[in-house]
Write a protein that binds this ligand. Structure first.
Ligand code: PRP
Ligand code: MG
Length: 176
């Protein structure tokens, strides 16, 4: 497993000073350019989900890069995929949760009746940085009465301590 993880790590390209000076941007799309490496990554994610002690009943992922992985995991598990989107993108009754950005705030939304109360939910995203987005996603799931079994992340920027903002267990493949 560690060899496969290193293969993926070697395919994540880093871009200094993007999107602004001082930030070292980790580009997940460089992994998707190599079908074999993308497939290894999906395989690791799906196997991890199969190994969880509680059965996942719904998979959610965060707009937009979480959508690269969430639906693949949901298909593999044969459970529904439910999107968590940035504000104004979802039709019908919605629930919203705001979170802080470095400057100002942003809002995530989920369709109100998309997940039944008490369901076991997996939350997927590509990156855990400050944890603002994921903690908003988890509070949305809590607000509709469902349960976040795990937050599953491809890359974690450990120095930003985003994990500490989250009540649910966090599993990340690549730590930086
Ligand atoms: C990025 C990344 C995570 C989030 C992590 O998404 O894909 O979702 O930031 O940051 P945080 O832990 O500090 O909240 P972004 O909002 O840039 O949008 P995108 O996924 O649509 O590219
Ligand atoms: Mg994102």
């Amino acid at each position: 497993l560690s060899e496969k993880i290193e293969l993926i790590r070697n395919h994540v390209q880093s871009f200094p000073d993007f999107p602004k000076p001082g930030v070292l941007f980790k580009d997940i799309f460089s992994v998707l350019r190599e079908p074999k490496v993308f497939s290894v990554l999906c395989d690791i994610l799906c196997k991890h989900v199969k190994s969880l002690p509680s059965k996942i009943e719904y998979v959610t992922a965060l707009d937009s890069r979480g959508f690269l992985f969430g639906p693949i995991i949901a298909l593999d598990q044969q459970v529904p995929f439910v999107p968590i989107r940035k504000k104004g993108k979802l039709p019908g009754d919605i629930c919203s949760a705001s979170y802080k950005l470095e400057y100002g705030e942003d809002t995530l939304e989920i369709q109100a009746n998309s997940i039944p109360k008490g369901a076991n939910v997996l939350v997927v995203d590509d990156l855990l940085a400050t944890g603002g987005s994921l903690s908003a996603a988890c509070s949305l799931i809590e607000s509709i009465g469902a349960k976040t079994v795990e937050c599953l992340i491809v890359m974690e920027l450990t120095s930003l301590k985003g994990r500490e903002k989250l009540k649910a267990p966090v599993h990340s493949l690549l730590k930086y």
